[in-house]
Design a protein. Structure first.
Length: 414
């Protein structure tokens, strides 16, 4: 159990939930891993899962990008992500750009004019398209001119028409064939015979389930964020304050900014910078997706310690001539690390932090390091930190007020 010393009252920290994502390698003909398919997994031991609905797709996206960080899941390899009709047609927005993703159109999606228009728009925006479990005559052949990959099921697919299907696909020189569900040496031999460029299946590698501890952002805070973002002229400061008021939400935004920040020279030293880097449009999309992914929330009380620490660091920053926004992020990272039973350095590795914030949370150096040391001394009850009692009490009051404000106007807590 963890406790906050900010006002001398202990705050219990419940056991964290874990989030999971399945990852199955996709190989080239020489046996090298060239991509991963990301799969919904509800449990660590859930090796096989047939769930392919919108909830599953949303959960995979949120977990891969905001809980793990896409670099943690896939390195620099592309990820194949299943899309349901809601995403294909744009009713639910994709929160990420075309870099490092391949969009799989599930075989359960009925191809009509709306779907064709949606896939055309995605392809024109630079997204690579894969046709999953391709069956000739299902209507998906109408999408061949837009596809970069066609996945052929060599376990349960109709192999009697394989000559015809491969010949039709080869009319499109940009298409790579993916032999999927390879479970025997004979099926691998079929992939070789037809020169299928990529392969996937149990004969090569079973899916792995990756897990990480998670603190779910407040459901109401996410809804508040989505509502605020609906206004075209919403002030950046309002969005920043909503995100900064929920440590779990702030950490997710920082992780998303890490995937956006690849190749960007500047590093993040405040939540405001992270919001600016990701952009309000993508922040809106992520927030929308998190609402779809709403699978329950941890009690808000468990976030009080982390939020109080971040606010206290912000309050103390002027004493050390440190930047208050950077101090808030440093306190947030160290506070969340404690809740997640990991180290601040491990959390910092997932985030595009500026050098001063990174050095403070990892090594305790610099002006921000002194802020963190001062707050830690107070939390440890050291006598010479008694002069922090008033700002600590102010931080606790602010955190409590911030975490409960949304509920004042809620008829009941779900």
């Amino acid at each position: 159990m963890g406790h906050s010393a900010a006002d001398g009252v202990g705050v219990d920290i419940p056991v964290l939930d874990a989030v999971h994502v399945g990852r199955q390698p996709i190989f080239d003909a020489q046996g090298a891993v060239v991509a991963y398919e990301l799969l919904f997994r509800g449990r660590m031991d859930d090796i096989a899962s047939g769930r392919q609905d919108t909830y599953a797709t949303s959960t995979v996206m949120v977990n891969a990008f905001t809980e793990f960080g896409i670099a943690e899941v896939a390195g620099n390899r592309p990820c194949f992500i299943n899309l349901t009709r809601e995403f294909v047609t744009g009713r639910l927005p994709l929160p990420f750009g075309p870099e490092q993703v391949v969009l799989e159109v599930l075989e359960t999606v009925d191809v009509d004019d709306e779907v064709i228009a949606g896939i055309t728009a995605l392809a024109e925006a630079g997204y690579q398209i894969a046709l999953d479990d391709f069956v000739w005559g299902s209507g998906h052949e109408r999408l061949l001119g837009l596809a970069s990959y066609v996945k052929l099921d060599l376990l349960d697919g109709d192999l009697s028409r394989l000559d015809e299907i491969v010949a039709e696909c080869r009319r499109f020189p940009d298409i790579k064939l993916v032999a999927e569900r390879l479970e025997t040496a004979d099926q691998v031999a079929i992939a070789d015979r037809y020169g299928m460029e990529l392969r996937q299946g149990y004969a090569l590698s079973r899916p792995q389930v990756l897990s990480t501890p998670s603190l779910s952002p407040s459901r109401l805070r996410r809804l508040e964020l989505v509502a605020a973002l609906m206004s075209p002229d919403v002030p950046l400061e309002k969005i920043t304050s909503i995100i900064a008021s929920d440590p779990a939400l702030a950490l997710r935004v920082l992780r998303v900014s890490n995937s956006v920040a690849a190749g960007v020279v500047s590093r993040i030293s405040s939540v405001r910078q992270a919001v600016m880097l990701v952009g309000l449009i993508k922040i809106r999309r992520w927030a929308t997706l998190m609402v779809v992914d709403d699978v329950g929330e941890a009690p808000e009380e468990q976030l009080l310690t982390a939020l109080t620490k971040a606010r206290l660091c912000e309050n103390l920053a002027p004493r050390y001539n440190a930047d208050p926004g950077a101090a808030f992020v440093a306190g947030l990272v160290t506070g969340m690390a404690g809740l997640m039973a990991t180290t601040p350095a491990a959390v910092a590795e997932q985030l595009p932090l500026s050098a001063d914030v990174n050095d403070a949370v990892t090594y305790g150096t610099g002006r921000l390091g002194k802020v963190l040391q001062s707050v830690q001394a107070y939390e440890d009850g050291e006598a010479d930190s008694a002069d922090l009692a008033k700002p600590a009490l102010d931080a606790m009051r602010w955190s409590t007020r911030t975490l409960t404000a949304a509920h004042r106007f809620s008829p009941r807590r779900r």
